[in-house]
Design a binder for this molecule. Sequence first.
Ligand code: OGA
Ligand code: NI
Length: 318
Amino acid sequence: MEISVQGIALKYKEKIPEEFIRSKDEQPGITTVEGTALEVPVIDLRNPDEEKILESIVDASQKWGMFQVVNHEIPGEVISKLQLVGREFFELPEEEKEKEVYVKPVEVDQYDAGTLSLEGYGTKLQREVQGKKGWVDHLFHKIWPPSAVNYHFWPKNPSYREANEEYAKWVQGAVGGENLVYLAKINYYPPCPQPEVVLGVVAHTDMNNITILVPNDVQGLQAFRDGLWYDVKCIPNALVIHIGDQMEILSNGRYKSVLHRTRVNKEKTRMSWPVFLEPPADFQVGPHPKLVNENNPAKYKTKKYSDYVYCKLNKIPQ
Ligand code: OGA
Ligand code: NI
């Protein structure tokens, strides 16, 4: 990789390079409704009234496209270990990181190359309209099912592998999803001297079905609601759940994928560990036949997930 954002952060202590500075209509310092954090629904999975849990999930998926879950089954130690090994990887010097893991080339566009793999360590994700860069580095690799896992993309450290395999097993046990592929990501947002003018991850909806995200204790997630950007307060030990595009499509628009982005911190490093639950690449996704009839025509095309991803990342209409 040319240079990581972490490398940039070490080099530029006061003024950051122009390519990170957002236009005024994107800068979080200007476009955020200050002083009101969104009260995203918090769902207690230990509620004995299971029907109520289901109802709240349906309601949140329709009205918010996101929610947080508490008292989930995944043990705290499993999550702390996942966080620890991820942090250890990102804290390695750049040369060491490059020995540990596959580094994605910056210039070669992998989606053009037809491999459609996001896996590896890098900094660029989607084509950006104005060629701006996000203040974030990332690592992507699949963690489930075992047949989809390629350890070439994982850091070599045995404790990294152990922690991620353990987490994958717990997520699998909690969520299931027979045919889904679990794509894990780590976002690493170094401290930024000018946090008001940059974005971490730019505004997007997740393209997969459902995202399960573990944050660290530095806030930064924002969601778009009624035409405005708000901070979302991530509560300790909760998992953040996003409804993604494939779920919106499958439900023929009943569930909404939520537009979100992240801002970064002046002093602290923010990190997050989303797992994207997605269909296999050649799986055809469209509105569920039971939800479509003469009165409710299909609002979305049915297409292969890999074609959807290709269009999304290259900003081609679906
Ligand atoms: C993402 C994302 C949010 C966060 O990686 O898709 O939305 O809190 N991350 O880091
Ligand atoms: Ni996202």
